[in-house]
Design a protein around this ligand. Structure first.
Ligand SMILES: [Zn+2]
Length: 241
């Protein structure tokens, strides 16, 4: 990883006792790029925006494809986790630390099998969401509870705090770390939710590091949904031509 000049790169005081030299990441663990059908943000602009905000770790989790995330990994001068929001028969599951695209339309169990086959992690994006049709059904979350590695306890596009509280309670009950991400579909949303966490080498360290992370941020304006609807319409129109 190239050195970052960001103020988040090194912690001058031991935030975690005995770890004065801990490299601290400021991570937005849920970002979309123009590779998502409902997003038109180019990769380069995302990199620039992250650098402006001192974000030095992101998970690119496009809908149905990892190509943008793989490209971002080559392009960005900071840590990029290759992820994907996979639409299963019961709603979305996020695979993280992936190598290739996982097809949609499979059952949650089969999807998890495919994530594991790539050595990836299973994350539940926007859990217990009542407004979003694509959210994984509550009963399906319970069904796969033992297979979940991490769960979003803050998603800036999820309007209800009660859902976040449910997610936190679920994470606690099952002893899994809570994750946070802006779910940015536009540039201005990037960084609206972040985790400050120690640097990690691999997915196992990532989980440990996340468990010690500090989540910050909040909700995005409800108007951001207008932009992603517009991006979806635009991309459908362009595809038809
Ligand atoms: Zn998303």
């Amino acid at each position: 990883m190239k050195a970052m000049s960001s103020r988040w790169t090194r912690v001058p005081v031991p935030i975690w006792k005995g770890e004065a030299e801990t490299v601290l990441l400021k991570a937005d663990l849920h970002i979309h790029t123009e590779f998502s059908m409902d997003c038109s943000t180019p990769l380069e602009k995302i990199v620039k925006r992250c650098q402006e905000l001192g974000i030095n770790c992101i998970a690119v989790a496009d809908h149905g494809i990892v190509d943008g995330a793989l490209m971002m990994q080559k392009l960005a001068p900071f840590r990029v986790i290759v992820a994907q929001e996979i639409l299963t028969t019961q709603g979305e599951i996020m695979g993280m630390f992936l190598k290739e695209t996982i097809p949609g339309g499979l059952t949650p169990q089969e999807t998890i099998k495919r994530i594991r086959a790539q050595g990836g992690l299973v994350n539940i994006p926007h859990p217990f969401e009542t407004m979003r049709g694509s959210a994984l059904k509550d009963w399906a979350i319970d069904d796969i509870a033992g297979e979940i590695d991490l769960i979003e306890v803050l998603n800036s596009r999820s309007p209800f705090t009660a859902n976040s509280e449910k997610a936190k309670a679920f994470a606690e009950k099952h002893g899994i770390p809570g994750s946070a991400g802006s779910d940015a579909h536009t540039l201005t949303e990037i960084g609206n939710a972040c985790v400050e966490m120690p640097e990690f080498k691999d997915k196992d360290e990532f989980l440990k590091s996340l468990a010690r992370g500090r989540i910050s941020g909040g909700k995005s304006s409800i108007f951001v949904h207008i932009f992603s609807t517009w991006a979806k319409v635009k991309s459908r129109f362009l595809r038809r031509r």
